[in-house]
Design a protein around this ligand. Structure first.
Ligand code: GLC
Length: 416
């Protein structure tokens, strides 16, 4: 659906059922009024940590309570739902749980309220990478909320120490899996944003980059891109990737590992507390987390992920929405709730306080060097093109060389 058709469809739906488009009832800019927070992912499901944060706000702010509009789990689908609403100029979402990769696009589209007037407070409280991800064109468009970085999960009963190169990981994984009668590795291999993240972690850890620092030049390296794609292709062929890898998103991967079906998993930190607290999981006491491997064995590379909270330019209650996003970034109790659910917070003080927590300690090691995906307004198109070209190539359904060249030419087209 193109933008215009979408907008008309949404307006028509609103005319038919006005309430559906203003879930909170809309508050107007007068005092009070309910807020709606559109956010997705496993953490937004009932019982998830975002609900605890919302409950805390509601206790403290009974005049402007917030309720969660749960978006789908895949990032791409969250973006679609938000874009549908925002393209139509509709006021159903006051607060947008915005993936770090959408800041450029949303702000250029005029969908967000600027947060420049609360910049210093947010900058002082937040870890630098998360703060940076909420800016575009030198302006602040969202309040940092939760950060993210990829972890290597491994079975402590099957592996002595976590491998530091991808090749070694494959060897160790294949051997340990054979002995235990399970699969070696699961990650995010389905055709969506998560696959692009997994692919980039291979590519970056081989030494590759997409753009130069100010994004005026493409510095894509086809050979390293081939190396990354070939590694994934061979991993399917050799049975290193668990069956179903190419349809797995975060939750499918977690379920496999949590059920004891794989030796290793690439996933975000949120999975840690869910696995640990699952009394029925055969691995809840037999797993640990480590930095992701690289091709060289040096250091670690992880994609920077996370969600910032933006205020919709179409909200009827922007003042209260702004108060909420600033509070969620700077309230230590709320930010600590995230950490307790092993969802990485963005508030520096929480990292300082929880240095003994294993997840927070590992994040402290990894996050400062986590790589942002280019925050370009056209990131979604770039990602979709990478999915289109690289997914069939790693699945053995198309040759690798031309796929890599296609990605390169697409990237070149974005800087012309
Ligand atoms: C996580 C990350 C987000 C990323 C997504 C990909 O939710 O926080 O940044 O885009 O995974 O699946």
């Amino acid at each position: 659906m193109n933008t215009r058709v979408r907008a008309i469809a949404v307006l028509a739906a609103c005319a038919l059922a006005a309430a559906a488009c203003t879930p909170g009832g809309g508050g107007g800019d007068e005092e009070g009024g309910e807020l709606t927070w559109a956010i997705g992912g496993a953490e937004a499901n009932p019982g998830g940590v975002h609900h605890s944060v919302a409950d805390l706000w509601n206790e403290q702010n009974p005049d402007t309570p917030i309720s969660i509009e749960t978006l789908p789990e895949p990032a791409d689908e969250q973006r679609e739902q938000q874009a549908l609403e925002l393209n139509a100029g509709a006021s159903g979402f006051d607060v947008l749980g915005m993936d770090v990769i959408w800041t450029g696009e949303y702000s250029e589209n005029g969908w967000l309220e600027s947060l420049e007037d609360v910049r210093s407070e947010l900058e002082a409280a937040s870890i630098p990478a998360a703060f940076e991800s909420a800016t575009w064109g030198g302006e602040l468009w969202a309040a940092p909320y939760n950060s993210n970085a990829g972890f290597l999960y491994y079975r402590t009963d099957l592996v002595d120490s976590p491998p530091t190169t991808w090749e070694e990981l494959r060897e160790v994984g294949l051997a340990a899996a054979e002995e235990a009668g399970i699969a070696p590795f699961v990650g995010q291999g389905a055709r969506y944003e998560g696959f692009v993240v997994n692919w980039l972690e291979y590519y970056w850890s081989a030494g590759g980059e997409l753009y130069n620092e100010d994004q005026t030049e493409v510095v894509f390296d086809p050979e390293l891109a081939e190396q990354a794609t070939e590694f994934m292709r061979t991993s399917i062929e050799e049975g290193f990737y668990a069956p179903g890898f190419n349809t797995a998103q975060e939750e499918e991967a977690r379920n496999e590992f949590q059920s004891g079906n794989t030796v290793f998993m690439r996933n975000w930190p949120y999975a840690y507390s869910l696995i640990q607290e699952d009394e029925e999981s055969p691995v809840s006491e037999d797993f640990d987390v480590a930095p992701l491997p690289t091709f060289t064995g040096e250091g670690t590379i992880s994609a920077l992920g996370g969600f910032n909270n933006a205020v919709s330019a179409f909200s009827d209650n922007t003042e209260a929405a702004k108060e909420f996003v600033v509070w969620a970034a700077t309230n230590e109790e709320a930010q600590t709730m995230l950490a307790e659910g092993s969802v990485p917070p963005t508030m520096q003080a929480v990292y300082d306080d929880l240095q003994d927590d294993p997840v927070m300690a590992l994040l402290g090691e990894i996050l400062p060097d986590a790589r942002p995906r280019p925050p370009a307004p056209q990131w979604n198109e770039i990602s979709v093109e990478m999915q289109r070209a690289l997914f069939p190539a790693y699945n053995g359904e198309a040759p690798v060389d031309p796929a890599v060249v296609e990605v390169q030419s697409f990237l070149e087209g974005t800087v012309e």
